[in-house]
Design a protein around this ligand. Sequence first.
Ligand SMILES: Nc1nc2c(ncn2[C@@H]2O[C@H](COP(=O)(O)OP(=O)(O)OP(=O)(O)O)[C@@H](O)[C@H]2O)c(=O)[nH]1
Ligand SMILES: [Mg+2]
Ligand SMILES: [Zn+2]
Length: 311
Amino acid sequence: MTRGRVVARFGAELIVRDDAGGLHKAVSPRNLVKRGPEHLRAPVCGDEIEYEDGFDKAVLTALLPRRNCLVRPDHRGRPRAGVANVDQVVIVVATRPPPDWGLIDRYLVGTADLGANAAIVINKIDLALAPAAAAHVSETRTLYAGLGYPVLSTSTLDGSGIDDLRARLAGRTSLFVGQSGVGKSSLTHHLDPNLEVRVGELSALTGEGRHTTTHAHLYALPGGGDLIDSPGVRDFAPFAPERASLHAGFPEIAARIGDCRFHNCQHRAEPGCAIKTAVEAGEIAATRLRSFLELSNELRNSVRGGDSMSP
Ligand SMILES: Nc1nc2c(ncn2[C@@H]2O[C@H](COP(=O)(O)OP(=O)(O)OP(=O)(O)O)[C@@H](O)[C@H]2O)c(=O)[nH]1
Ligand SMILES: [Mg+2]
Ligand SMILES: [Zn+2]
């Protein structure tokens, strides 16, 4: 019996990594996990597992308890496990196209929902920007750093900020999320010059092309720690989050909710709304309140519809 970690999943086939870093094809018996919700029974990228050698593929013998598991809807809206055991979600945005604050706020709520820490990376800082775009990028930094999130600036072209990013990823499991094309895979490759070799090794096992991110992949970082590179934005659509996660994603709003005159204040037009007052005083960003109200609305609708996707 060997301990390992799931590096990637392709349909029924898994790639698992042993403690020495060796990669193996593996399969999971259908009844590996006998209890619990159906969508949480199959091993996913990031899972800690045990396996034994089989005839041509390793065979999983146990799925170890998860610290957390990202659940997202499949194309029919049914819950599916995405990745597991994530300590830190790294929200990657680029200087061009400009960072979408609404999307960042959504990711922050998704991260809180997962029970992980959040960090923000602004990539492609080598690009020359028009003054308005440069101001927007700099406001992004001020806004989210001001809320207490680590904000890093990077370029895979000239290597700026890569050492800081490497330090932030050391010793834990991080997940890269962000819109397609912001540079998640480029950053992953930049972090480990030997990755090309391992990606090649992985492609040989899976027969998958190297440059399209179609599945979540877990990579061991040279300084210790694991990094999961995930495809585009669809893999991390936090929806119907718990109310507690909504509040955790908006700490500056949550801290003042008790100060509103009405305990059921919707923070829209009610008199004595502490949140509105803070926005007018410039203490809470108007964009943050907008995101908060939007996500509250979605939460309310999903609860009324009774189709919460929480496991
Ligand atoms: N100028 C500049 N271009 C970059 C930088 N990082 C990545 N790119 C380019 O951005 C494009 C997209 O990069 P990817 O790394 O594939 O983006 P991704 O986020 O992995 O995209 P998906 O896998 O589709 O989610 C590529 O053409 C990269 O060369 C950077 O720091 N500066
Ligand atoms: Mg990619
Ligand atoms: Zn209010």
